[in-house]
Design a protein around this ligand. Structure first.
Ligand code: C2O
Ligand code: CU
Ligand code: CU
Length: 447
């Protein structure tokens, strides 16, 4: 839906109410972007200027936030860029991001949870020359597909419900039914020997460990903000809400593959105890494993090799940092007292002022008893360490959302390269949307 207008590519998008059958035969009320539920993949190119005309056709306020993008605060689509019912919002920016999978979603203050849950989200592909030279699978829908993984609560009548209560305010809203791009038990018929899966955890609160049936390996090639230095052969990938990963899978032997999602238990057993390491925390242990996507090759294909090296990505250098800022995540009892550095989100308070261009270490400390995915707007950061230990391969590239386990301390290296605005803030927050809505969010300006 792009059209060229003075070197600016314009997207016209409407946010509308829709209906979708999560269970065949029963329609649920949904929200979508140019679709009854979710939205089309927006295809962008690094370096191009884009403009959007976003019409809110709902009878409630919405916002559309560009998750993972470095852009002017006025174009960010956070809680301050509200689109009233019947109104249009027309942000414009230059696409600065490296090639990767990003996404857009509602960020309405206090209402992100229900709106994203109803479907107000869409995937974004950013492409660039650097990536195209590598010859990775990149034909959309053929050997390169986005997978938006979401869980939904289905009631007795077959409709999705958003159960907000004392317990879900605290633990987040988690459902038993898993959907990929809005489809249950999805099937993909592959016509090539290699397929790139761009996985987005678009769930409100659930963490997943993704793997292939039979413990087959996948080549991990990218994290949130772009390609890794090299492909890593992995058996599983953990994603918290907001995080993305890209894997290339091999179908050259003609055997079908099945993508599994391990859902850690969402019982109160998750509470208490110290989270230990990526595999050992309460958010990744216990629970069950469910198939979410069948990949069926339609023939047998020539084996293909990935290039040994992908992009140049020198390790982050903490000695660049002019200062360290500390952010302590805490939760009170009964879903109250969600806070960062003791403060609950207040639309009228700017919590942090950051000089543009300055390298900084942000030290995220989780003082609570459950894990939180910490997300920062307007930046792609690097992970320095977790409790002093080097991060796993998945965290060696650019990230915008990072898991911080209970009692853990994660250090990030970052710099806001431009887009100063002394008045209009960006957000940092927990990406469990019920926590964000309850105020585990803060505001910063780049000056
Ligand atoms: Cu994906 Cu501030 O959000
Ligand atoms: Cu964001
Ligand atoms: Cu949280």
């Amino acid at each position: 839906r792009g059209l060229i207008e003075q070197g600016v590519r314009t997207f016209r998008l409407s946010v509308t109410a829709g209906e979708k059958e999560f269970v065949p035969g029963t329609a649920s009320q949904t929200i979508g972007i140019e679709a009854p539920y979710l939205g089309p993949t927006l295809d962008m190119r690094r370096g191009e200027r884009v403009r959007f005309h976003i019409d809110n056709q709902l009878s409630e306020d919405v916002t559309v936030h560009w998750h993972g993008f470095e852009l002017p605060a006025a174009a960010d689509g956070g809680p301050h860029q509200v689109i009233r019912p019947g109104k249009r919002w027309s942000p414009s920016y230059e696409v600065r991001q490296r090639a990767s999978l990003y996404w857009c979603h509602s960020h309405l203050h206090g209402r992100s949870g229900p709106q994203v849950y109803a479907g107000l989200a869409a995937p974004i592909y950013v492409r660039d020359d650097e990536e195209e030279r590598l010859g990775l699978p990149s034909e959309y829908g053929v050997d390169d597909i986005p997978l938006i993984v979401q869980d939904r609560v289905i009631d007795g009548s077959g409709r999705i419900i958003y159960p907000l209560n004392m317990r879900t305010r605290m633990m987040g809203v988690k459902g038993d039914a898993l959907y990929v791009n809005g489809t249950r038990n999805a099937l993909f018929e592959a016509r090539t020997g290699q397929v790139r899966l761009r996985i987005l955890n678009g769930s409100n609160a659930r963490f997943y460990t993704f793997s292939l049936e039979g413990n087959r390996s996948m080549q991990l090639v990218a994290s949130d903000g772009g390609l890794l230095a090299s492909a890593h052969s992995v058996r599983s990938v953990i994603l918290a809400p907001g995080e993305r990963a890209q894997v290339v899978i091999d179908l050259s032997d003609g055997r079908p593959l099945r993508l599994l999602a391990h859902r850690p238990g969402n019982t109160m057993g998750m509470m208490g105890g110290r989270g230990r390491g990526m595999m050992g925390s309460r958010e990744t242990r216990g629970g069950d494993v469910v198939p979410i996507l069948d990949i069926r090759p339609t023939g047998s294909f020539a084996a293909a090799q990935l290039p040994a090296d992908l992009v140049s990505l020198p390790p982050p250098d903490p000695s660049l940092a002019a200062l360290t800022r500390r952010f302590v995540l805490a939760m009170g009892m009964m879903g109250r007292g969600m806070s960062i550095n003791g403060a609950t989100m207040d639309m009228n308070v700017v919590n942090t002022r950051v000089p543009v261009g300055q390298w900084e270490i942000w030290e995220i400390v989780n003082a609570s008893m459950m894990a939180h995915p910490f997300h920062i707007h307007n930046v792609q950061f690097r992970v320095l360490d977790r409790d002093g230990k080097a991060p796993p391969p998945m965290e060696t590239g650019f990230k915008d959302t990072v898991i911080v386990h209970s009692r853990e301390q994660v250090r990030l290296l970052l710099r806001f390269e431009e887009h100063t605005d002394p008045d209009l803030p960006y957000m940092y927050h927990c990406h469990i949307l019920e926590h964000e809505d309850a105020g585990m969010m803060g505001q910063f300006v780049v000056i």
